[in-house]
Design a protein around this ligand. Structure first.
Ligand SMILES: Nc1nc2c(c(=O)[nH]1)N[C@H]1C(S)=C(S)[C@@H](COP(=O)(O)OP(=O)(O)OC[C@H]3O[C@@H](n4cnc5c(=O)[nH]c(N)nc54)[C@H](O)[C@@H]3O)O[C@H]1N2
Ligand SMILES: Nc1nc2c(c(=O)[nH]1)N[C@H]1C(S)=C(S)[C@@H](COP(=O)(O)OP(=O)(O)OC[C@H]3O[C@@H](n4cnc5c(=O)[nH]c(N)nc54)[C@H](O)[C@@H]3O)O[C@H]1N2
Ligand code: SF4
Ligand SMILES: [Mo]
Length: 916
C-alpha cells in the first residue's frame, strides 16, 4: 500500500493540534434563526428538510399552515429543487408528520417504575433533571469499557462523527450500528472489497436513466418497494426503453415492472452470477482496455505454500505485470488509479492474458484474469441451472443480452443479512458490472456527489498527519480506521479494546459465533454480558447500554436481545427514541428526541445518494411541541454525567472532527445564556454554516437564505464530477491498491491474519459458497416444508413504529394478507388444506423458533418457498394502532452469522407450517 491508514489511538488524536477551516475569529451574532417559519407573514409557507423514514434520504418540502400564531404541518412532499427525488415521496415519507402529532409519541423522559421488570413498559414521567440524575446514580460503578453504545440507521447516517466522538469522549470502545449486521455491511463489504466505497447505500448508484438493460438480483425495496429517489430514476430509464430483468422467488413490486421475471430458487443467486461471469469471460464479453488500465486483472499471481492464489510482489510490496512490448515482468506502484506506468517511471502496457507456459523466477504464474477464469470453469450454465431452477439457455441469454447492451446495470439490492454467501454474491455482482467497465460512467454504477467529494478530500489530505480522521477519511479507509481504533487496547487510557475484538481473539475460529471483521456488530456482546470474556485477568463485562434510534427488539433476533436486556449483569439500559418502540419497553430510562420535523440539525449534509453534489440540511418546520433534546446536546450532557465534565466531548469533537473546541464552547455558552434550546447543537450548526459558506466563497447568511428558500444548494452536476473525478478513471478508488480489485487485498489480508487459507469465505478470487438451508439433510423437503424469504413492505420502514401511523395502518389493513400475511403458493396451500387468512404456526427447522402467521394464497411465489413482508408484529401495547398487526419476522430469524463480518443468515433455514 502506498500510504498508511492514519494511526488510530486517541492519544495520537490528542497530540495533534487540529487545524480547521473554521477560525475562531469568524464568529458573529446569532444569524441563524432558531425557530419560526420561512415566511413569517404568510398564512401557509414551506419549510425544507430531509425525510427520516429510510436511508433514501429524500428531500422534503413541508407545507406549514399558521393560524392565530399557531403553526401546523399540513403536508410533506418532495422538494422539486432537489435532483434526488424531485417532488415525489412515498407513503411512509408522507405520513411522517404523524410522528409529530401521534398521541403515542414519547413526550417527556420516562423512568422505569421501581419494582417493575424490563419489558413490562411500566414507566413514570420524569423531568430532564431526574433522568440525568438517574443515569448518574446508576452508572457510578460502571466503567467506561463496560458501556456499549448502539446507534440506528438514521444515527449512522447523520450523526456518525458525533457518535464516534461521544464514544471517544466517554472512553467507550464498544459501538454497534444497526445498518451493519442486520442490513448492509456483510453484503456491501463484498462490493466494497472491489471498489472501496463504504457509504450507507451509496457505494454504487445505478444510473437507470441512462441504462438500456437493468438486471435486478435479490432486491426490491431498493426500487419498487420503495426507495423513492431511485424509483424516479428507474421509471425514467424504463420510459426511455430500458429492458428490465428481475430475479426473485416471488413477484415483487419490481418484478411487476419487469420485462422478464425469473423465480430463482432462494439462496442460489451466487450460482447464477458465477455462471454469468464465466460466460462473459469465456466469450470475451468484457472491456479489455478498462481492465488493463484500471483493474488488478493484469497483476501476476501464483499459488503460495498454502496452495492458495497470492499476488506476486516485489520486496517493496509492488504488484507485477507482463509488459506487452518487452515481454518482461515489471513492477507497478502499489497504489495508483492506473497500470500504465512502472514504479521506475517507464510506460507499460500490461497483458491481460498470460502467454502459454509462462514462468517467472522459476514459478508458473498467471494474470488475475486467467486465474479467475480457471477457477470459474466448474460453474457452467448447466451447473447453475440445476441449482437455481433457471435454464442454462436463459442464463446464457441473460449473460449475452447484458454484455451486448450499451449501458448494462446490475442492481445488487441493498440489504444483505440473508445468507452466508451474500458477501460473495455482492463481489461477483460488482465483478460483472466492472468487467464491462461500467464503473462511474453515465448509464453504469456511478458514485454519489457528496461521497465523491469526501474521497477527493481524503486523497488531498492523505499525507497530512494532522488531518482530523472523521473529517478526512471516507469509504473503506474510514472503516479500517474505526475498526482498528476499536480493536486497539492503546486507543483509550484504560487499555481496554472493544469486547468484539476480545471475543474474536478468545473464541475458536470454527465457533458459530466467530467473525474475523465484526465491524460494529453485536458479535461478542452475548459473551460480554454473560462474563465469558477476560481482560487484564478479570472478566470483561458489558453492564450498560445506550441505544439511539434503533429497535433491535424487532430488527434483530428477538431472543438474543430479550436475553441481553433482561440479564442480571445488565445494570442500565438507556434508550433514546421518539415513539414507544418495542425496544423502549426494555429501558430503565427513556430520553425522547425531538422529531426530525422539529429540529435544526448540527450540520449541513450532502444530498444522500444524489449523483449531483448538493448541500441540504434539516430546518425546523414548526416549533417543538415538547421539551425534548437533540442527540448532540444529549451527548454533551451524557459526557458530563458520565465523566464529570463536558470537556472531553469538546476535545473529541476537535480532535476527531476538526471543529475547534474553544470557540465551540464559547458559542454554546453564549446560546445557553440566551435561553436557546439545544445550545450545543445550535453552536455546531452555526459553525458548520460558516465553514461551508467559506468553502463556497459566500456568506453564511446567503447560504442560509438559499437553503431556506430552495431546500438545497447545488454545488456541482454529476456529469462534470464524473468527467473530472471519475473513479477509477480519473481518481483512485479507496481500495488498498486504488484500482478495481478483482483479486481482493481485503480478503487476502484477513485470510493471512487468521490463517484461513482454504476457507471459501476468505477467498481472494470469486468462488462458490452454497447457501445451506438444510445442513446435513439430503432428504427431500417434507410436504409442509418451505424455503423462507422476506422483504420490505412499501408502507413500513424496517420494523420502525411508523407501522403505528394511521394512514399506513389503513393501507396495511386494506391490503390485508397480501401485506401482513405469509405468501404460500396456491398448489401447496391446496395440498395442506390452507385458505386465505387461515392461521398457521411457522417453525424454523434449525432452531425451532416459532411465530404465528395468517396465510396469503397466491401464484406469485415459488412452490417451494414462503414469503413474508417484514415490517409488522409490534409487541408493545403502547403502539395502539400497530400493536400485533401481522407477524414479527424476528421471532423466527436466528442469530446465525457468516464468518467474515458477522452478518446475519436470516433466511438460511427452512420452515414447516402447521395449522394454528
Ligand atoms: N424484522 C426486520 N428486521 C430488520 C429489517 C426488517 O425489515 N425487518 N430491516 C433491516 C434493515 S435493512 C435495516 S437498515 C435495519 C434498520 O434497523 P433500525 O436502525 O433499528 O431502524 P428502524 O426499525 O427504522 O428503527 C428506528 C428506531 O428509531 C426511532 N426513531 C425514528 N426517528 C427517530 C429520531 O428522530 N430520533 C431517535 N432518537 N429515534 C428515532 C424509531 O421510532 C425506531 O424505534 O433493520 C434490519 N432488520
Ligand atoms: N418500503 C421500504 N423501503 C425501504 C426500506 C424500508 O424499510 N421499507 N428500507 C430501506 C433500506 S434501509 C434498505 S436496506 C432497502 C432494502 O432493499 P432491498 O435490498 O431491495 O430489500 P428487500 O425489499 O428486502 O427486497 C428483497 C427482495 O428479494 C427477494 N428475495 C428474498 N430472498 C431472495 C433470494 O434468495 N434470491 C432473490 N433473487 N431474491 C430474494 C424478496 O422476495 C424481495 O422482493 O430498502 C430501503 N427501502
Ligand atoms: S423513500 Fe420514502 S421513506 Fe424513504 S426517504 Fe424517501 S420518502 Fe422517506
Ligand atoms: Mo437497510
Amino acid at each position: 500500500m502506498a500510504w498508511q491508514f492514519p494511526k488510530m489511538t486517541r492519544r495520537t488524536f490528542l497530540k495533534s493540534t487540529s487545524v480547521s477551516a473554521v477560525g475562531a475569529t469568524l464568529y458573529h451574532p446569532d444569524w441563524i434563526r432558531l425557530a419560526g417559519p420561512t415566511h413569517p407573514d404568510a398564512a401557509d409557507h414551506f419549510a425544507h428538510s430531509i425525510c427520516n423514514y429510510c436511508s433514501s434520504f429524500c428531500s422534503l418540502r413541508i407545507t406549514v399552515a399558521e393560524k392565530k400564531g399557531k403553526q401546523r404541518i399540513m403536508k410533506l412532499g418532495g422538494n422539486p429543487n432537489s435532483t434526488l427525488n424531485g417532488d415525489k415521496i412515498c407513503a411512509r415519507g408522507q405520513s411522517g408528520l404523524r410522528q409529530v402529532y401521534s398521541a403515542n409519541r414519547i413526550k417527556t423522559p420516562l423512568i422505569r417504575v421501581a419494582g417493575s421488570k424490563r419489558g413490562e413498559m411500566k414507566f413514570r414521567s420524569a423531568t430532564w433533571e431526574e433522568a440525568w440524575d438517574y443515569i448518574a446514580q446508576k452508572s457510578k460503578n460502571i466503567k467506561p469499557w463496560e458501556w456499549t453504545v448502539y446507534g440506528g440507521w438514521s444515527t449512522c447516517s447523520f450523526y456518525v462523527p458525533h457518535t464516534i466522538a461521544f464514544t471517544s469522549a466517554i472512553q467507550c470502545p464498544n459501538l454497534i450500528t444497526s445498518p451493519t449486521q442486520n442490513c448492509v455491511f456483510d453484503g456491501h463489504l463484498g462490493t466494497n472489497s472491489m471498489i472501496g466505497n463504504f457509504v450507507v447505500h451509496g457505494e454504487n448508484i445505478e444510473d437507470y436513466e441512462n441504462s438500456d438493460y437493468i438486471l435486478s438480483i435479490i432486491g426490491n425495496a431498493c426500487i419498487g418497494g420503495v426507495s423513492t429517489c431511485r424509483a424516479v430514476r428507474f421509471s425514467a430509464g424504463k420510459e426511455k426503453g430500458a429492458k428490465v430483468v428481475v430475479l426473485d422467488p416471488r413477484a415483487s413490486e419490481t418484478a411487476a415492472k419487469a420485462d422478464e421475471w425469473y423465480a430463482i430458487k432462494p439462496g442460489t443467486d451466487l450460482d447464477f452470477t458465477l455462471a454469468m461471469l464465466r460466460e462473459m469471460m469465456d466469450n470475451g464479453w468484457y472491456d479489455e482496455d478498462f481492465l488493463i488500465r484500471h483493474s488488478n486483472m493484469p497483476f501476476l499471481v501464483r499459488k503460495n505454500q498454502h496452495n492458495a492464489w497470492a499476488l506476486y510482489l516485489s520486496d517493496k510490496k509492488e504488484p507485477a505485470v507482463i509488459d506487452a512490448h518487452s515481454g518482461q515482468v515489471v513492477f507497478l506502484p502499489a497504489f495508483s488509479n492506473h497500470n500504465l506506468q512502472s514504479s521506475a517511471g517507464a510506460s507499460v502496457t500490461p497483458l491481460l492474458h498470460t502467454p502459454k507456459g509462462f514462468q517467472h523466477d522459476g514459478e508458473a504464474m498467471l494474470t488475475v484474469f486467467d486465474a479467475q477464469h480457471q477457477e470459474l470453469q466448474p460453474y457452467t450454465p448447466e451447473w447453475a441451472a440445476a441449482n437455481t431452477g433457471i435454464s442454462a439457455d436463459d442464463i446464457r441469454k441473460i449473460a449475452r443480452e447484458f454484455s451486448t447492451a450499451k449501458s448494462p446495470i446490475v442492481i445488487p439490492g441493498w440489504s444483505g443479512a440473508r445468507y452466508g454467501n451474500i458477501q460473495m454474491l455482492r463481489r461477483v455482482q460488482a465483478m460483472i458490472q466492472t468487467l464491462k467497465g461500467r464503473l462511474d460512467v453515465p448509464g453504469g454504477w456511478i458514485f454519489g456527489g457528496d461521497y465523491r467529494e469526501q474521497v477527493r478530500n481524503m486523497w488531498a489530505q492523505k499525507d497530512n498527519p494532522k488531518a482530523p480522521p472523521l473529517a478526512s477519511l471516507a469509504g473503506m479507509p474510514f472503516v479500517y480506521w474505526s475498526a482498528n481504533a476499536a480493536a486497539n487496547p492503546g486507543t483509550h487510557d484504560h487499555g481496554y479494546p472493544a469486547w468484539a475484538a476480545v471475543h474474536r481473539d478468545q473464541t475458536p475460529k470454527d465457533s458459530p459465533d466467530w467473525a474475523a471483521f465484526p465491524f460494529t456488530t453485536e458479535v461478542g456482546l452475548d459473551s460480554a454480558i454473560k462474563g465469558k470474556l477476560t481482560w487484564k485477568g478479570a472478566p470483561y463485562l458489558c453492564k450498560a447500554i445506550l441505544l439511539n434510534g434503533t429497535n433491535p427488539m424487532r430488527d434483530a433476533p428477538e431472543g438474543f436481545w430479550q436475553e441481553a436486556f433482561t440479564h442480571p449483569n445488565m445494570e442500565l439500559v438507556v434508550v433514546m427514541d421518539v415513539m414507544p418502540a418495542d425496544t423502549v419497553a426494555y429501558a430503565d430510562v427513556v430520553l425522547p428526541e425531538l422529531t426530525y420535523l422539529e429540529r435544526d440539525e448540527p450540520a449541513i449534509y450532502g444530498n444522500g445518494v444524489n449523483p449531483d453534489n448538493m448541500l441540504i440540511t434539516r430546518y425546523q418546520a414548526i416549533p417543538p411541541a415538547y421539551d425534548n433534546v437533540i442527540l448532540t446536546d444529549a451527548f454533551l450532557k451524557l459526557t458530563e454525567v458520565l465523566t464529570g465534565s463536558s470537556e472531553p466531548y469538546y476535545q473529541s469533537v476537535q480532535d476527531l472532527m476538526g471543529i475547534p473546541a474553544a470557540p465551540l464552547k464559547a458559542l454554546t455558552e453564549e446560546k445557553r445564556a440566551k435561553g436557546i434550546q439545544n445550545p450545543f447543537t445550535m453552536a455546531l450548526r452555526q459553525m458548520d454554516f460558516e465553514a461551508k459558506a467559506k468553502g463556497l466563497g459566500i456568506t453564511p447568511q446567503k447560504l442560509d437564505a438559499d437553503l431556506r428558500k430552495n431546500g438545497v444548494y447545488p454545488v456541482a452536476k454529476a456529469d462534470e464530477l464524473i468527467a473530472n473525478y471519475g473513479m477509477p478513471r480519473k481518481m483512485a478508488l479507496p481500495t488498498p491498491s486504488g484500482r478495481a480489485e478483482f483479486y481482493s487485498n481485503l480478503y487476502g489480508q484477513l485470510r493471512e491474519q487468521f490463517g484461513l487459507w482454504d476457507n471459501p469465505y476468505f477467498s481472494v478470487l470469486a468462488t462458490h459458497i452454497p447457501a445451506d438451508c438444510r445442513p446435513g439433510s439430503k432428504a427431500p423437503m417434507a410436504d409442509d416444508e418451505f424455503y423462507f424469504t422476506f422483504g420490505m413492505v412499501p408502507v413500513v420502514s424496517h420494523c420502525s413504529p411508523n407501522n403505528d401511523f394511521q394512514p399506513l395502518v389503513s393501507i396495511s389493513k386494506f391490503r390485508g394478507e397480501i401485506y401482513t400475511g405469509l405468501w404460500v403458493h396456491s398448489l401447496r396451500a391446496g395440498k395442506l388444506g390452507l385458505k386465505e387468512g387461515d392461521k398457521v404456526w411457522v417453525t424454523n427447522q434449525l432452531t425451532q423458533q416459532k411465530a404465528e402467521a395468517s396465510v396469503h394464497v397466491t401464484r406469485l411465489v415459488r412452490e417451494d418457498t414462503v414469503f413474508l413482508y417484514s415490517g409488522y408484529g409490534d409487541q408493545n401495547p403502547a403502539l395502539t394502532h400497530g400493536y400485533r398487526m401481522g407477524t414479527a419476522l424476528n421471532k423466527i430469524t436466528p442469530d446465525f452469522i457468516e464468518p467474515v463480518s458477522g452478518g446475519f443468515r436470516s433466511q438460511e433455514f427452512t420452515v414447516r407450517l402447521e395449522r394454528a
